[in-house]
Design a protein around this ligand. Structure first.
Ligand code: DXP
Ligand SMILES: NCC(=O)COP(=O)(O)O
Length: 238
């Protein structure tokens, strides 16, 4: 079974745009779980433009499914994760000014760093995952870091799928996943997955353990919820 972990970064972006506490992340996380979501993902960035470090602390007390914290393991991120102790930490090599994640780790070049930081998290009972491009050499490098899982960076798949080239898009992911299976690495995936492209991805990736989905899921929730809410307003305005 593939678990769905809902990334709530975008809810925090919306909340922060007005100050105040709407939408409320704690209520939203609980609701997502009550609707069947099997995990909550957050990706606090150094500028805290969406998820704030304090959100991570508060969510820890209410998330009863899997809590996944993603981010670049700079010292303050490492301290936060060690304090919060989520189920899983996903290491992402994103630059401070990145609009969103845009590359996986070079697991060969950064092997020593990754070995050290993964060891720290694992000693604290936190499952580790590292964000990688669908590249067999990077998967082999990931296995050497001691990580429990990899997260396949799916932007290229999503782009190819949207361009009508799903077979071309999925191919490197199938190869990377087969290598991960061979090396006993668990497989997660994420970035730009959506209601259109998720089924084909799931059907083709052997032993896909978890997907984390945020941007599209929140947009789709707006598209699919607008009809209902507009009509609720109209009803009250009668
Ligand atoms: C690692 C990954 O792909 C996601 O965490 C994605 O980067 C979401 O982050 P933003 O919501 O900041 O775009
Ligand atoms: N790890 C990927 C994630 O959490 C969500 O990415 P996206 O769906 O917001 O692109």
């Amino acid at each position: 079974m593939t678990k769905l972990s809902v990334n709530i970064n975008k809810l925090a972006t919306l909340r922060n745009s007005r100050g105040g506490n709407m939408p409320n992340l704690i209520t939203s996380a609980k609701d997502i779980e009550s609707f069947g979501g099997q995990g909550i993902t957050i990706h606090p960035r150094p500028d805290e433009r969406h998820i704030k470090y304090q959100d991570a602390r508060e969510l820890k007390d209410v998330v009863s499914t899997e809590f996944n914290i993603e981010g670049n393991p700079i010292p303050k991120f490492v301290d936060l994760v060690l304090e919060v102790k989520p189920t899983q930490v996903t290491l992402v090599p994103d630059a401070e000014d990145a609009i969103t994640s845009n590359a996986g780790w070079d697991t060969i070049k950064h092997k020593d760093f990754l070995v050290e930081v993964i060891d720290t998290f694992k000693k604290n009972g936190i499952r580790t995952s590292i964000f990688v491009d669908p590249n067999v050499e990077m998967v082999k490098g990931a296995a050497e870091t001691g990580t429990d899982r990899i997260e396949l960076y799916t932007e290229s798949y999503a782009l190819n799928f949207a361009n009508g080239e799903k077979e071309k898009g999925i191919k490197p992911f199938v190869e990377a996943a087969k290598m991960a299976n061979k090396l006993n690495l668990g497989i997660n995936a994420g970035h730009d997955l959506n209601l259109q492209n998720i089924k084909f991805f799931k059907e083709n990736i052997p032993d896909l353990l978890e997907v984390s989905i945020g941007h599209a899921l929140i947009c789709e929730s707006i598209y699919l919820g607008l009809d209902n809410v507009v009509n609720m307003y109209l009803h009250r305005l009668k």
